[in-house]
Design a protein around this ligand. Structure first.
Ligand code: PEP
Ligand code: MN
Length: 291
């Protein structure tokens, strides 16, 4: 017979489980990711204005989100599109944290910016386009902040784990993996949400795994359904785009949920999350009543 299928992960030994129960819990501020609580990170694609960010932060916090997302440095497909507010955006994120208690996740795009972004953020996001930027991974790792590592849009699961290993090798074991959709021949969605990657990652790695249904879907109507499938697949959390007026958003408006849509999605997810939390005990009870 051939080699074990897990041999493809041999370059990422530190992020693989050594026992089926091994699970890393990543702490960011007062939030624990991978520790049993389903953690929702939500906010606009880009930080635009104080009012936009504050209103969104307050709303998502009221609906149960624990982490505020928002890009201050934006990777854009066009060099002429809005590139982010930079330091002013980071300051607005810090103000939103002070007002709401939410932890902050924001993207770092350049190695030289890592110390600055780490001054303001609780979690550093490495974007899909940067997953294999090893100089950036090293600089982000050295800040000591937890790293939210997004899967590259043409990266295999093994490539994602290799990049996580790279962060580990620079002394930072606090990595959260994120499935955000991959490029396929399908054009009905912006990317193809690879729900099987969530299941594979949960099986082979001890790192927390979250899902980004917004960038996978590309259209807001699809986001709640993909989010539900992420919960059912065993994800430890979500990162979702929300905007007070998506039609006026400076980036990714088509996939951003309105406030009402986010509220409904959170209400819809609640029983699924509860089921996920109680499943092992209820299964145990069911087994006990069978004997
Ligand atoms: C984002 O989170 O806004 C983003 C640009 O995501 P990705 O890197 O997954 O495209
Ligand atoms: Mn976006």
């Amino acid at each position: 017979m051939g080699e074990a299928w897990t041999d493809q992960f041999a370059d990422a030994p530190d992020v693989l489980k050594s026992t089926p129960e091994q699970q890393t819990v990543v702490c960011a501020g007062k939030v624990a990711i991978g520790g049993g609580e389903f953690v929702t990170m939500a906010g606009p694609c880009s930080v635009e204005t104080e009012r936009q960010l504050m209103e969104t932060a307050e709303h998502v916090a009221r609906c149960g989100a624990r982490v505020l997302r928002g890009g201050a440095f934006k990777p854009r497909s066009s060099p002429y599109a809005f590139q982010g507010l930079g330091l002013d955006g980071l300051k607005l994120l810090a103000a939103a944290r002070a007002a709401t208690g939410l932890a902050i996740v924001t993207e770092v795009m350049a190695a030289a910016d890592a110390p600055l972004v780490a001054e303001y953020a609780d979690i550093l996001q490495i974007g899909s386009r940067s997953m294999e930027n090893y100089a950036l991974l090293e600089a982000a790792a050295h800040t000591g902040r937890p790293i939210l590592l997004k899967r590259g849009m043409v990266a295999a699961v093994a490539d994602l784990l290799r990049s996580a290993q790279c962060v580990f090798s620079h002394g930072n074991p606090n990595v959260i993996l994120c499935e955000r959709g991959i490029r396929t021949f399908e054009t009905a969605t912006r990317n193809t949400f690879d729900v099987s990657a969530i299941v594979v990652l949960r099986e082979v790695s001890h790192l927390p795994v979250i899902a980004d249904p917004s960038h996978a879907a590309g259209r807001r109507s699809l986001v709640p359904g993909l989010a539900r499938s992420a919960v059912a697949a065993g994800a430890d959390g979500l990162i979702v785009e929300v905007h007070p007026h998506p039609e006026q958003a400076w980036s990714d408006g088509e996939q951003s949920l309105t406030f009402n849509e986010f509220e409904s999605m959170m209400a819809d997810l609640a029983p699924w999350c509860e089921l996920r939390a109680v499943a092992p005990a209820s299964v145990q009870r069911a087994l006990e009543t069978m004997v």
